[in-house]
Design a binder for this molecule. Structure first.
Ligand code: NAP
Length: 238
């Protein structure tokens, strides 16, 4: 039986793409998984597909009040902080800096950076008191490399990597582990608006990683012995 069986997880952005595959993997390991996304019908349908241990929690992670309410409810229903938090919800829009709508810049920071901070902030006290927990951040190749038209996304993901590295330093020896999983391009709906197959210089969708490959990396990190921290996993297509 998996060491994760009977434990609890929160996965943000779990209605499709990478988050859905992470939820699927953790449910298969016997965890109870709180799945977050805004689209409540899609989320409930995907959770129902995964079975009784998959629990839909419609929530806009860009809304601090929604995160506070979610944290209170989940603490009650999980009888404490989740054992694993996977900060996966993300938004991605391409535009040069001069053509980026300031609202899009703020939205990228709100979803990709501020929301992971708020979710960690909501549960870290309880994790510290319990002396256990695992915080996984889904970064990106763009948390370390810059590309044209990627100002908002790169700013948010560089920030997320910085937050992860600070947490790593603060939490060493606390019993709480932190992992940054940074994939290259993954074939999900995130790319639909960009249509990379028609754009020179972009990775064609058939050459991208699968969402299941990213989920396998998350699973690897959270199934190591308690005295092992997987600091960072960077994934690219072989
Ligand atoms: N695809 C790639 O090439 C790639 C590469 C590296 C890293 N990543 C990262 O991987 C993560 C997942 O990306 P993906 O490719 O799986 O994207 P995706 O298919 O577009 O899925 C994004 C998920 O996040 C949810 N979400 C978006 N905004 C949200 C909000 N404000 N509140 C709650 N949930 C929200 C979406 O559901 P709703 O729309 O219903 O809210 C959906 O479940 C992101 O952090 C992304 O930056 C992706």
């Amino acid at each position: 039986m998996s060491a994760l069986a009977g434990r609890t997880a929160l996965v943000s952005g779990a209605s499709r793409g990478i988050g859905l595959e992470v939820a699927r993997a953790l449910v298969a390991d016997g965890m109870r998984v709180a799945m977050l996304a805004r689209s409540s019908d899609e989320l409930r349908a995907r959770a129902a597909d995964l079975g009784a241990r998959a629990l839909p929690y419609p929530c806009d992670v860009a809304d601090p009040a929604a995160i506070a309410a979610l944290a209170e409810r989940l603490t009650d229903e999980f009888d404490g902080a989740p054992d694993v938090i996977v900060n996966n919800a993300g938004m991605f829009k391409l535009a040069t800096v001069d053509t980026t709508d300031p609202r899009d810049f703020r939205a990228a920071l709100d979803v990709n950076l501020v929301a992971p901070f708020l979710l960690v902030h909501a549960f870290l006290g309880a994790m510290r008191a319990r002396r256990s927990g695992h915080i996984v951040m889904i970064g990106s190749i763009a948390d370390r490399a810059t590309f044209p038209e990627n100002g908002a996304y790169a700013a948010s993901k560089f920030g997320l990597r910085a937050l992860h590295e600070v947490l790593r330093g603060e939490l060493r020896g606390s019993g709480i582990r932190t992992t940054l999983v940074s994939p290259g391009p993954v074939d999900t709906a995130l790319w639909d608006a960009v249509d990379p197959d028609m754009r020179p210089g972009f990775t064609p969708r058939v050459q991208m990683l699968s969402p299941a490959a990213v989920a396998a990396a998350v699973r690897y990190a959270v199934t190591q012995p308690a005295d092992v921290n997987v600091d960072e996993l960077r994934l690219s297509r072989a």
